[in-house]
Design a protein around this ligand. Structure first.
Ligand SMILES: [Zn+2]
Length: 483
């Protein structure tokens, strides 16, 4: 996610100055989970039906007795304990599970349905390497909200709304609770086959490749294939159009309503080129950026990002660069955005600024760093004045932050400065090799913090952990500031 109150960056002319040697996209992984989604959006954009079939592979070494799903849509319920919204909504949302099948057989066993978690009990334990198919018949209420999930001004943002498998790791399911601070999502790379039916007056932007589109009376159905994605997202919009460009094997689509977006598609293409060359090839056929009503500035999903439609071109540029960098960090290389949000968010915040350095705008890179420093300095001085014991450790879980502003200052701003320090210490070449090796080693997989340190250090040829970790803590900072 890109915070709404970003430092405003000035637009400049893009100059390519990078080497032509691009790291190849890694191969995919074995035994991926497989989702079949059949979605029908109603005419009023207030509800949808979903039939979901998920084939889950037990890739662990232990038997599994129940399959666990996150029901993030229920964070939009009025009575939700963990909410996705800030103020009262004029219409609330949620998801109801009408029936459950296991390998095609109706489930009689009562399943635990704990607001935002669904636990489906297996009839017999699922042994290592076995698979099981869970069928979920669902009804979904769409809230009225300009959030990740919600209808607003002729658009519907559809992200984090369908039941998604929790991650089974270290012998247990990860059942992390929702929080409206940061991005509380963690999932595994899967394949998807999707049929999405909606009224013909709405265009659908989606993660994935459109296999076909059929029309029947006043609805049309998009048949979509998504390969190697850890999530999928959609935006349905009235009078929504797009412009395209191509970078290597990827078609870049910029969806907009209103005036044509010429500058935006140029920035998106430049960001795609810059990060492909820095980190490694982008493996998806399509990358869609969708302007839509959205309160946070931007939000990343595999192959599709939201771009807030109410920001000026300077902020939009920052958001486009930021969300594009996320395609590699947290989307292709999975990491724990709940317990170690810095692993993707701080790195992406640095890369958002480093983009300028890589494109020959050194002064802008430097002045942006100075702005970040000043912003964080002001924040931390105030915090210390309030409380001399204030904990500003970057390495905190999402649940340790009290506000999005605090999270933004610590994880985005201080975190970006931390990665800037790493870049300064190890230099351009080693930094690039570190990122390329991280990508080569963990694309489509989940990289723990230790995996991150090990693969970055191997690529750089020196110990990255020893440089990064001192900057997490309270008393050591990366710039001139007395604490
Ligand atoms: Zn972000």
């Amino acid at each position: 996610m890109k915070k709404a109150f970003v430092v405003i960056f000035l637009l400049f002319f893009v100059v390519f100055s990078m080497s032509a040697c691009t790291e190849k996209a890694p191969e995919t992984i074995e035994n991926k989970n497989f989702y079949k989604l059949n979605l029908v959006l109603n005419e009023e954009l207030s509800s949808m039906s979903l039939y979901e079939e998920v084939t889950f592979y037990n890739n662990s070494e232990v038997e599994i007795n129940e399959i666990v799903f996150h029901l993030y849509a229920n964070a939009y319920r009025k009575e939700a304990i963990k909410v996705a919204y800030f103020d009262a909504l004029t219409r609330y949302g949620g998801i109801s599970i009408n029936s459950v099948t296991l390998d095609g057989v109706q489930c009689e066993t009562p399943n635990i349905y704990n607001e935002q978690i669904l636990k489906v009990k297996c009839l017999t334990p699922l042994k290592p390497q076995e698979k099981i198919t869970i069928g979920l018949d669902c009804s979904i209420d769409i809230p009225r909200a300009n959030l990740r999930f919600g209808e607003w001004e002729d658009n519907v943002n559809l992200a984090n709304f369908y039941p998604i498998l929790a991650v089974f790791e270290n012998g247990a399911w990860r059942e992390d609770a929702y929080t409206y601070i940061g991005d509380p999502f963690y999932s595994e790379t899967s394949d998807y086959e999707i049929a999405f039916t909606l009224p013909t007056e709405y265009t659908l932007a989606h993660s994935g490749v459109e296999m076909s589109k059929n029309q029947e009376k006043d609805v049309h159905t998009y048949n979509i294939s998504c390969k190697n994605m850890r999530d999928v997202a959609f935006v349905a919009g009235k009078d929504m159009r797009y412009v395209t460009s191509v970078y290597k094997d990827t078609t870049i689509k910029y969806y907009y309503q209103g005036e044509k977006s010429v500058e935006e598609i140029a920035i998106a293409t430049s960001a795609m080129a810059t990060f492909s060359e820095l980190v490694g090839e982008y493996p998806y056929e399509v990358y869609s950026l969708v302007e839509t009503p959205f309160v946070f500035g931007g939000m990343e999903y595999p192959s599709l990002v939201f771009i807030a439609d109410d920001v000026d071109i300077q902020e939009k540029e920052t958001v486009i660069i930021h969300e594009t960098a996320h395609q590699w960090f947290a989307m292709l290389i999975g990491s724990d955005s709940i317990n170690a949000p810095w692993q993707d968010e701080s790195l992406v915040s640095f890369l958002t600024n480093y983009y300028y350095e890589l494109n020959g705008a050194h002064d802008k890179f430097e002045s942006n760093n100075a702005l970040l420093t000043k912003s964080f300095d002001n924040f931390i001085k105030l915090k210390y004045a309030e409380n001399p014991d204030y904990d500003k450790n970057i390495n905190s879980t999402l649940y340790k932050f009290n506000t999005n502003y605090e999270y933004s200052q610590v994880v985005y701003n201080k975190g970006a400065l931390m990665f800037n320090k790493l870049y300064e210490v190890i230099g351009k070449k080693r930094f690039q090799k570190a990122l390329a090796n991280y990508y080569r080693s963990y694309a489509y997989k989940i990289a723990s913090v230790d995996d991150f340190y090990a693969s970055m250090s191997k690529g750089a040829g020196l110990d990255v952990k020893g440089i990064i970790e001192p900057y997490f803590a309270n008393k050591i900072v990366a710039w001139n500031m007395e604490v």
